[in-house]
Design a protein around this ligand. Structure first.
Ligand code: ATR
Length: 278
């Protein structure tokens, strides 16, 4: 049976084995998918062992996405932009190819599952770390009017703008803003790409940026209750708010497609994950 796995540290709570097993069952593919914890200081050797023991591909999660990117022999354009990979393909010629399906996973969840319009819209992105970099390319490909990036460390936001400001590829306006200057309403969509939620915090944003038509999207997810950022949005009357569970399933579906050439149906699986007892 073809073997796949997700690698990360910690990895115990990963939903990926369950998601990929459901995909395999649904599409009639015979494969095995497990979760493997690698050590931060032995990453390269342990990855090599997985290649040698016959895995066909891996998903990569925190904290290894950048390290895995650095050792790929081939990179997709979106992985090159993201400077991180979440999907590895161990090719027949022995080379390792890397892709990043996080951004396409997020935009598919927004557009297909939640019917969020992105074209010509004004987007506020909170955060300028790896998570933000990973989704900016696919987000820009949806042709929003503007993406404003707010970050505590403004320089990181400026670096992202510099990297992604490519008039020949994208028409969108791309700009940075310090949190203290965030005042105006008028954003159609606010994306939380910070890791603040890990400590049940939200970035320092004023209530006034939330208009009656603003949709909020948290790249993190909670199965059972709204995330801290969703809670903030609910309390202030956002039009709609979503967490990143759909993004998780969609990035997995794209990885599955890359490996197996068949695209699973995601909506029932998202529902099933949300309803299950944890
Ligand atoms: P990730 O891969 O999750 O993006 P990261 O590269 O460490 O991880 O980036 C974390 C992001 O969350 C950064 O944008 C960080 O802001 P700084 O660059 O200014 O550190 C942001 N972040 C983390 N905790 C935050 C908080 N409590 N409030 C606001 N931003 C926060």
């Amino acid at each position: 049976m073809d073997k796949y796995a997700v690698i990360g540290n910690p990895i115990k709570h990963s939903l990926s084995p369950q998601i990929h097993s459901l995909f395999a069952e649904q599409t009639g593919q015979a494969l095995e998918y497990t979760a493997i914890r690698l050590d931060e200081d032995l990453f390269e050797q342990q990855l090599q062992q997985l290649v040698e023991s016959g895995y066909r591909g891996l998903n990569v999660t925190v904290p290894f996405k950048e390290k895995a990117w650095a050792l790929c022999d081939r990179l997709s354009p979106r992985a090159r932009d993201a400077e991180a990979v979440n999907t590895l393909i161990f090719q027949a010629d022995g080379l390792i190819a890397g892709d990043n399906t996080d951004g396409i996973g997020m935009t598919r969840d927004m557009v297909n599952n939640h019917r969020i319009l992105l074209k010509h819209r004004r987007i506020l992105m909170l955060g300028a770390g790896g998570a933000a970099r990973g989704v900016l390319g696919p987000l820009l490909a949806q042709q929003p009017r503007q993406i404003t990036i707010a970050n505590r460390t403004l320089q990181r936001a400026e670096e992202l703008v510099e990297q992604f400001q490519q008039p020949d590829r994208y028409d969108s306006e791309l700009e940075t803003i310090p949190y203290e200057d965030l005042k105006q309403q008028g954003f159609d969509l606010i994306i939380n790409a910070t890791s603040a939620g890990l400590n049940n915090e939200i970035p320092p944003i004023p209530d006034s940026i939330l208009g009656v038509n603003t949709v909020c999207y948290d790249m993190m997810y909670n199965l059972k209750q709204p995330t801290t950022f969703e809670q903030w949005a609910i309390e202030r009357g956002a039009l709609r708010q979503f967490d990143g569970l759909g993004m998780l399933v969609e990035q997995a579906a794209e990885a599955f497609y890359i490996w197996r050439g068949t695209r699973p149906q995601t909506s029932e699986i998202i529902k099933q994950l949300r309803q299950q007892e944890t």
